[in-house]
Design a binder for this molecule. Sequence first.
Ligand code: SAH
Length: 392
Amino acid sequence: MLRLRITSTAEWKVRSGHPWIFAESIKSQSRSGVMGELAVVYDKWDNFLAIGLFDPYSPLRVRVLHAGKPQTVDEAWWRGRFTDALKLRDGMFDAATTGYRCIHGESDGWPGLVLDRYGDTAVLKLYSAVWFERVELIAKLIQEHLGVPGMVVRLSRNIQKAATSETPTDGAVIFGPPVAGPVLFRENSLIFEADVLKGQKTGFFLDQRENRMKVGELARGRSVLNTFSFSGGFSVYAARGGARSVTDVDISAHALEAAKRNYLHNAATTGKCRHELIKADAFDWLAQARTQFGVVVLDPPSFAKKESDRKSAMDAYARLAGMGIDRVERGGVLVAASCSAHVAWDEFFGLVRSSARKSGRRFSELAVTGHPADHPAKFAEAVYLKCIYLQF
Ligand code: SAH
């Protein structure tokens, strides 16, 4: 097996449970190493420290699977790790919610891999090529333990070029019936579609489930503005919650078409609430808007994909919050979310609160929220989702 030694700082991090070893922390290695092979890390006393998956091309050279006592990573080990993730979610969801995350990357011990379930379809998303050779094994574990009839694999853009004729391609059905388009699933009894073949991430933003529920509870009798609406999740909950009207703003026509369909899938509960769809850049639209709303949702994509984007991302979040607050009517609520791991919890809430103070309006803080339980975050860099509720 490939053997590595790493710097003492890296040793300390790995011991404390951090799952990433970067190329620059590797002091020596027994040979060059190939994509996806197991690498064993020894500490400075030559004792076993950790075992992980090796990627010779990524600056993130080893994704740690286990640190502590020596372990043999074989099929039985993977099975244990798979069932551990499922056990964690045992009892979290009933038949009203058939869309949820089964494996959430590093924090479930599967670095660079996500597994979502949408009703009868499992969607495996790979963010690292180290997983290519293990897709068949994962398919077997899904069939054995998750019991869904179909499975699709998705590849993040950065690894699509690493795919070969031997590896699965983005959107490939690994087992089960052919998938022709979006698949349907339930979330808190509402019906949504997930574009599992072509959509962003795995086709839907399951991480916002609890915030959507809260917005549904706040919506009664209010008009709701849903910016960066994607497939309209917040709006469907708001309409069920008794909103007077819901307005989706998104730059993507494709997303708005899905929003329209999601609204119709729930016609029985969204019935009388007016639904408006606006295709626009949310910044431009907010800058010229004059109407105020009872609830304003700001849920943009990540503005900071890397650490160097942090400053400009903070400015963009602040500008957005300022414009969002201007759209909140008296007594209304601003719901501002960030999914950028590079902008910390305190920084994000700090900038939204400061935008609220700058508005000169009286406001009170109703809540802040973080990750739902099916999206655990066990180390600092894994924390990305945060949301704040301010009433004006
Ligand atoms: N709130 C959604 C998820 C938002 S994902 C939910 O609960 O499901 C981010 C969305 O922002 C995507 O649909 C993308 O098309 C849209 N988007 C990205 N940049 C935008 C912009 N400048 N203006 C409006 N929408 C934008």
